[in-house]
Design a protein around this ligand. Structure first.
Ligand code: SF4
Ligand code: SF4
Length: 179
């Protein structure tokens, strides 16, 4: 079974936000909301400072608290690649998933349902990359099957130092950042 994920090279990200614009356009994300965003993380002590620029979104966690807490089953793990999705018309807008997500990846859409990144599954089903991946001018994002040892994402993780966000939360995120 495939397990879709993303590997993002933070040494290549310039923070241009093209990924953010592409997502909003592709997914018709309403004004004032975002399914992906840029974080500038400054570490160290002056003058030995480093900055990591990251494109963040739902981590499509393998152990997803947003799925296990959903009272209606609207939040679910899709059979294709384990992508975490919301069935809009089954969502009652209770916000339990929003409270459970350690990554603040969800919001309530003005139409009343929980919304977030879908890994552009409508594109992936056609063999395309997610919109954010396809527009990145520095090609810092790679999407693919983490369970396939020959995929580009697996090769990158095997060859480069990387981290994921809040592994201590136990959610098993499927987005990894190359350092
Ligand atoms: S990042 Fe948040 S919304 Fe996405 S799967 Fe993980 S817990 Fe759920
Ligand atoms: S807001 Fe919707 S998707 Fe989230 S837990 Fe409630 S019913 Fe489920």
């Amino acid at each position: 079974m495939s397990r879709y994920g993303m590997v993002i090279d933070t040494t290549k990200c310039v923070g241009c936000k093209d990924c953010v614009v592409a997502c909003k356009t592709e997914n018709n994300v309403p004004e004032g909301y975002n399914r992906d965003w840029i974080v500038q993380d400054v570490n160290g002590k002056f003058p030995d400072l480093t900055m990591e620029i990251r494109s963040e979104r739902c981590n499509h966690c393998t152990t997803a608290p947003c799925v296990s807490c959903c009272p209606t089953g609207a939040s679910h793990i899709h059979e294709l690649g384990g992508v975490v999705l919301v069935t809009n018309n089954e969502c009652i807008g209770c916000k339990a998933c929003i409270a459970s997500c350690p990554y603040d990846a969800r919001f309530i859409h003005p139409d009343g349902y929980a919304d977030k990144c879908t890994f552009c599954i409508h594109r992936v089903e056609k063999g395309l990359d997610p919109a954010c991946v396809s527009v990145c001018p520095t090609h810092c994002m790679t999407f693919g099957d983490l369970n396939d040892a020959n995929s580009q994402v697996s090769k990158l993780l095997n060859s480069r130092k990387h981290h994921s966000l809040m592994p201590e939360a136990g959610t098993e995120p499927n987005i990894f950042y190359l350092m």
